[in-house]
Design a binder for this molecule. Structure first.
Ligand code: FES
Length: 107
C-alpha cells in the first residue's frame, strides 16, 4: 500500500489506501492536522511540504493550481485534502506555518 512518511511527526509513516486523500489517511492514523476549510480546497492550511515522491501523487487540482498562481502554494507543496497517492512512498514535512500548538513535532 502507498505510504506517506511525515518526517516531523512522531510515528509518521502513514498507509494511504487507494482513492483516499492524504488528509483522510493522516486523520485515520490518529494525527491532528490543520484543515481550516473542512477539506474543501478553500484554504491552504492543510498543506504538506513534499521532500520526495512528488511524482507519486495525483496531479494538482484546480484549487491547488489557483493557489500556486497566486503564490500561496509552493511547487513543492500539496494540499492534503486534494491529493491522493498512486504508489510507493512519499516523504513530507509539516510546514512551520501550519504546525498546531498542542502537537509536539520532531526536528
Ligand atoms: S483543508 Fe482547506 S484546502 Fe485543504
Amino acid at each position: 500500500m502507498p505510504t506517506l512518511l511525515v518526517q516531523n511527526l512522531p510515528h509518521g509513516a502513514i498507509a494511504v489506501p487507494a482513492g483516499t486523500t492524504l488528509l483522510a489517511a493522516i486523520q485515520a492514523a490518529g494525527h491532528d492536522w490543520l484543515h481550516a476549510c473542512g477539506a474543501r480546497g478553500r484554504c491552504t492550511t492543510c498543506r504538506l511540504q513534499i521532500v520526495s515522491g512528488l511524482e507519486l501523487l495525483t496531479p494538482p487540482t484546480e484549487p491547488e493550481l489557483r493557489y500556486r498562481a497566486a503564490g500561496r502554494l509552493l511547487p513543492t507543496e500539496r494540499l492534503t485534502c486534494q491529493t491522493r497517492m498512486v504508489s510507493g512512498q512519499v516523504v513530507g514535512r509539516v510546514p512551520d506555518a501550519t504546525k498546531l500548538p498542542h502537537v509536539t513535532y520532531a526536528e
